[in-house]
Write a protein that binds this ligand. Structure first.
Ligand code: IMP
Length: 484
């Protein structure tokens, strides 16, 4: 029987409101790039027409990590940034650490989209992020010291801020959990998102309203100090000191703070190519990940959209970045974890130590059940497999295709993390290639066994492998098919 829904009637088509600067991306008071506005159809209709006319394809590409973070997303983003007009980050904060090596020079990004290295790319810090202004300015100074131009970088006024008490609550919360601690990065990310949900968070736009900032801080800090002193026996924070510190940040951040709605909408209307840069990985997602051993945001395709204000209908491609094996930092279930000498070898060869915390990462075999779950829940249609070279010395490689748990076969990670922790991976074995892949520049140059391994990962995950990386530098990236 069908359920009758009340007929509310459809709204009549309305004219889309055009902001005054339609047709150009105007940032920091100057025109970054100008293209005349296109008239007529938008969305799918325009996409279909522009393809048939051989014109530009409206293109929003989402790039996310498909595992537990640290998949090498920064490298792939750097590769793509030159062919897009805009890179937007939508979630997380300075808990992320993206490393990009260009001409032997290493850049470490935490908050700023790695696309900043491409001088013509507009970089947007979206409203789904939590920004620690102190870290942001330090990162900015470092980029300037390396001669990187950051004029095209803006921050959403809706993004939230990490306040000085957030890292303190993060650390104290972890201490309180004892053996059940999550292994957070202690950057205050969870407490900042908690405050956002509790509606006592500070948004970047608050920096432009000093009177409001002061009034709100008085109210919020009373709550925070009460928790700090009563629950944790910790000394309280001083309101004046925080206010002075944040008003100083306001001076430096001010020119970059923007309502990003017209910027994003303008770019969509002008058929600009937009890349949504994910941080962390799908298995660290609050809903889809190994809760509670997750981060406090949505590092998924869905999160990329809510954190930027881009509608799902505009997405043309979703790229998932996966390591050729698996790593995770912090605690939580990890069915394919390798604890012996082999794990140690992979950790050493792959330099698996955290960019943000320096912690040794846990290491394991590629988990195709995780990869398939990420592909299916995010609509990943293109995969990048990184760090293939790390497996060069291994005689036999393994891939988990599913798990056995309480006599049942699972083809995806179950929600019960205690069951997942004790699940027995079902492995497929393949011969290793025992040859260095570092000098390979095309997929066809890879040893046959390596090609077979990479193809099998894509087959089991259910998406095409378009990029393979065999080293840290740009030249170590083998592109089979263009991703944007
Ligand atoms: P938080 O994001 O600092 O709250 O940490 C929660 C969990 O997410 C911990 O297990 C962290 O190690 C993990 N995590 C956070 N950011 C990253 C990242 O960029 N890469 C890998 N793991 C991360």
């Amino acid at each position: 029987m069908t359920i009758a829904l009340p007929d509310r009637g459809l709204p009549s088509p309305k004219q889309v409101e055009r902001p005054p600067n339609a047709g150009r991306l105007e940032l920091v008071g100057r025109v970054v790039a100008v293209r005349p506005p296109r008239r007529g159809a938008t969305g799918y209709a325009a996409r279909a027409r522009s393809v048939s006319e051989g014109g530009p394809v409206i293109s929003v590409t989402i790039l996310i990590g498909g595992q537990w973070g640290d998949e090498g997303k920064g490298k792939v983003i750097d590769l793509l940034a030159g062919s897009v007009d805009m890179v937007v980050r939508s979630q997380g904060g300075d808990n992320a650490g993206h490393t990009v090596v260009v001409d032997g020079q290493t850049f470490k990004f935490r908050l700023i989209p790695s696309g900043i290295l491409s001088p013509t790319t507009t970089c947007v810090i979206g409203h789904g992020m939590v920004v620690n202004p102190k870290s942001f300015l330090a990162e900015l100074d470092e980029l300037h010291a390396h001669g990187v131009n950051t004029d095209n970088l803006v921050i959403s006024d809706r993004a939230h801020m990490v306040m000085p008490y957030h890292p303190v609550f993060d650390r104290l919360g972890e201490q309180q959990r004892g053996d059940d601690r999550l292994g957070t990065t202690h950057r205050g990310i969870g407490p900042a998102y908690e405050d956002k949900v509790r509606r006592v968070g500070f948004r970047v736009g608050d920096l432009t309203k000093p009177v409001f900032l002061e009034k709100k801080l008085r109210f919020v800090l009373r709550l925070k100090n009460e928790s700090l002193t009563r629950l944790y026996d910790h000394e309280p924070f001083d309101e004046r000191a925080i206010l002075d510190e944040y008003l100083e940040y306001a001076e430096r951040l001010g020119p970059r703070i923007r309502d990003i709605y017209p910027i994003i909408q303008g770019a969509l209307r002008e058929d600009r190519r937009i890349l949504c840069e994910g941080a962390q990985g799908a298995m660290l997602d609050l809903d889809l990940g190994t809760y509670p051993y997750v981060t406090s945001s949505a590092p998924t395709a869905g999160g990329a959209l809510t954190g930027s204000g881009i509608p799902p209908s505009k997405v043309t491609r979703t790229i998932g970045v996966f390591k050729a094996y698996t790593t995770r930092v912090g605690y939580g279930p990890f069915p394919t974890e390798l604890e012996g000498a082999l794990g140690e070898l992979i950790r050493e060869v792959g330099s698996e130590f955290g960019t943000v915390t320096g912690r040794a990462r846990r290491v394991g075999w590629f988990d195709a059940a995780v990869a398939r779950y990420s592909v299916n829940t995010n609509g990943i249609d293109s995969m990048a497999i990184t760090k293939v070279d790390v497996l060069d010395q291994i005689e036999t490689v393994r891939i988990a295709t599913g798990y056995l748990s309480k006599g049942e076969h699972w083809d995806h990670p179950m929600s019960n993390i205690s069951h997942l922790k004790h699940a027995e991976p079902v492995y497929e074995e393949m011969p290793g290639w025992l040859t260095s892949t570092r000098d390979c520049r095309r997929f066809e140059d890879l040893p046959a066994a390596c090609q077979a391994y990479v193809e099998r990962l894509g087959e089991l995950a259910g998406a095409s492998v378009d990029v393979v990386s065999v080293g840290p530098d740009r030249e170590h990236t083998l592109v089979r098919r263009s991703m944007v």
